[in-house]
Design a protein around this ligand. Structure first.
Ligand SMILES: [Ca+2]
Length: 204
């Protein structure tokens, strides 16, 4: 921990030095937000993958299709709720999701949360849910914006890489965040560059 703290302090000092004394943007690292790191099974490091039905659904780090670096997240839901209607396992047709390692923001305030996605033309949409863990209960609490939504939804189905972002006011009690990628209906998507940056009103 101490070594990590020292490195962080050093990098901050170096950043201030080389940016001419102005802190323009603090770098906030989303753990494996670029999906460059995979385990021996091709699963993304720092993300908890919960594929409820591997016959229909798939989560893999893809090293052939990516937006930046050398890899992205491939996320495919091969079934729809209607496929499991009236069966003993209706939950198999419902949400498929995974969760990222939670991370800390330096302070409360306004942030831009963004990602790139390249989505297929299936009926489902990829959602990125923003949440924190309630440390007293272990439950997940979603962060809702002023329009009452707590997700960033990938709406484009052209198969091209598209940028999605949301500006959110992060309150004190939410300075530890987690991301939950999910799809409910059938579709496939590549996701890359999940990022969090401080929002700046004006740039000079
Ligand atoms: Ca990447």
């Amino acid at each position: 921990m101490k070594k990590g703290y020292f490195v962080a302090a050093f990098l901050t000092a170096a950043f201030v030095l080389f940016s001419g004394g102005f802190i323009k943007a603090e770098v906030i690292s989303v753990p494996n937000g670029g999906f460059e790191l995979a385990d021996e099974n091709g699963q993304p490091m720092d993300w908890l993958v919960d594929v409820v039905d591997p016959e229909d659904n798939q989560i893999q780090v893809d090293t052939k299709v990516y937006h930046s670096g050398k890899a992205s997240l491939y996320f495919e839901k091969g079934c729809s709720p209607k496929d499991y209607e009236g069966t003993p396992t209706p939950w198999k047709g419902s949400w498929m999701y995974m969760r990222g390692t939670e991370f800390a923001l330096p302070k409360p305030g306004r942030y831009i949360i963004s990602f790139w996605a390249k989505q297929g033309d299936g009926p489902g949409n990829f959602w990125l849910v923003i949440y924190k863990t309630d440390t007293s209960t272990g439950g997940k609490k979603q962060l809702t914006d002023d329009k009452g939504t707590y997700v960033i939804v990938a709406t484009d189905k052209s198969g091209e890489w598209k940028f999605y972002e949301k500006v959110l006011d992060i309150p004190q009690e939410f300075t530890t965040l987690g991301f939950q990628p999910q799809i409910r209906d059938a579709n496939k998507v590549w996701v890359d560059d999940v990022k969090v940056e401080p929002f700046e009103e004006e740039e000079e």
